[in-house]
Design a protein around this ligand. Structure first.
Ligand code: PLP
Length: 407
């Protein structure tokens, strides 16, 4: 590449952000420029990334650009270059970028529609012996529990829940609870990396090590973790890790993934079978093939991964946590507020669940919207779930604290 072309390439790689030597989670000017990259309307604040992330403009544009190409020029597609649809051929660049973020081999990573389908692929694909026990916490999402209830019913097994404290804030206690729940007939442990309705980050590394010693297959649900906190599947040591790109990674809706350890993957049958159904060299491709899908969404996914990498995973994670800590610090100063997220700061990041004495969760969510156009999620009868991401600011959080104070 000529020096000029290489300069242009690197300039294009950083279209909006100067590369700063010091990533500062509280630098207002820097984060204001990041905020400019979002189409999110400024007359309201979005605090529900735990359900769905807001796409950066570049993600939206890449998606729409491809959709437009499909609508106008599909006649140009002669099968000679990359596919214009997804679901059949590999998308190695995209899988590779996601695999690098998770620290796994690309062949261990499948692109799925969402977390529920990734989890279902494992639950339906494992040969469970009759009477097998699957254990999980009592705080899992329906997309976590249901595939295992279905598998247990089909194979004559059981699903047993163990109770985690609310808030779960003692790592050693959590490890002990999970270890006690494992019995000789336990075959699978399903557990969230970060609990959806509390924001508690669980000590999954220690738990997976204990499960491995007992021959228990571990499936970790990273729906709320990936793009939010560091996720290194090799360090965690799980057998499977399911997650999505459409929450904290800010991709379009309908983008998930399944990591399956290379030595465990051959033992998991294909539930959706296409021509790679028996390909045990690239199990990630086997589980990615699902018939015709939208390449436009894949383009959006790639743009989201690039956007995340451009800012830097660590910087994104630091900013999310900084804002979460800022919110929790403000809440702690207000009487009659109860925080349901962990007390231990190392077990929290961008999800805070809290309530106000005498105000129901749905009422609190409604007050946030009616008084200040703030959109957290009313998560239970007594609390709301308030997520912070890089498009949020301390000023938006101050507005939320103002509503809480007024109530
Ligand atoms: C912990 C957890 N698991 C699974 C899911 C389901 O994810 P999806 O809708 O992508 O299948 C969610 C969604 O909120 C979740 O929070």
């Amino acid at each position: 590449m000529t020096p000029r072309r290489s300069f242009l390439k690197s300039a294009l790689a950083v279209p909006f952000l100067p590369q700063q030597a010091l990533p500062r989670p509280e630098d207002p000017a820097y984060w204001a420029r990041v905020r400019d990259q979002f189409m999110l309307s400024r007359d309201k604040a979005f605090f529900n990334t735990g359900t769905i992330g807001a796409m950066p403009r570049v993600v939206f544009e890449k998606t729409v650009e491809h959709l437009r190409k499909m609508a106008t020029d599909v006649a140009d597609w002669d099968y000679s270059g990359p596919d214009w649809i997804s679901g059949y051929s590999d998308v190695p660049a995209i899988r590779g970028k996601a695999a690098r973020l998770l620290n796994c081999d690309v062949k261990e990573l499948a692109l799925t529609e969402n977390v529920t389908s990734a989890n279902s692929f494992v639950a339906s694909g494992l040969d469970l012996p009759e009477g097998a026990e699957i254990i999980m916490s009592d705080q899992e999402h329906v997309g976590g529990t249901s595939p295992w209830l279905n598998a247990a019913k089909r194979h004559g097994g059981t699903v047993t829940e163990f109770q985690l404290p609310k808030p779960a804030h003692d790592r050693a206690e959590i490890v002990a609870i999970v270890m006690n729940a494992m019995r000789p007939r336990t075959r699978v442990l399903f557990l969230s990396h970060m609990i959806t309705a509390a924001g508690a980050i669980l000590p999954v590394k220690e738990i997976c090590a204990a499960a491995r010693e007992r021959g228990v297959f571990t499936v970790i649900d990273g729906a709320q973790a990936f793009g939010h906190i560091p996720v290194d599947v090799k360090e965690i040591g799980c057998d499977a890790y399911v997650g999505c790109f459409h929450k904290w990674m800010l991709a379009p809706a309908g983008e998930g993934f399944l990591y399956l350890r290379s030595d465990r993957a051959p033992g998991v049958w294909s539930s959706v079978a296409s021509f790679s159904w028996n390909n045990h060299d690239d199990n990630g491709l086997r589980f990615s093939q699902r018939g015709t899908g939208s390449m436009s969404m894949m383009m959006g996914l790639e743009a989201a991964l690039d956007f995340h990498n451009q800012i830097g995973p660590q910087r994104v994670q630091q900013r999310i946590k900084y804002l979460g800590d800022y919110l929790r610090a403000g809440l702690r100063k207000i009487p009659k507020v109860k925080i349901y997220s962990p007390v231990d700061a190392s077990m929290c990041a961008g999800i805070t669940v809290y309530g106000v004495d005498g105000v129901s969760g749905p009422q609190l969510a409604k007050e946030m919207w009616d008084r200040a156009r703030l959109r957290p999620r009313g998560s239970s009868a007594v609390a709301i779930r308030h997520c912070t991401h890089i498009y949020n600011s301390p000023e938006e959080i101050d507005r939320a604290l103002g509503v809480v104070r007024a109530l």
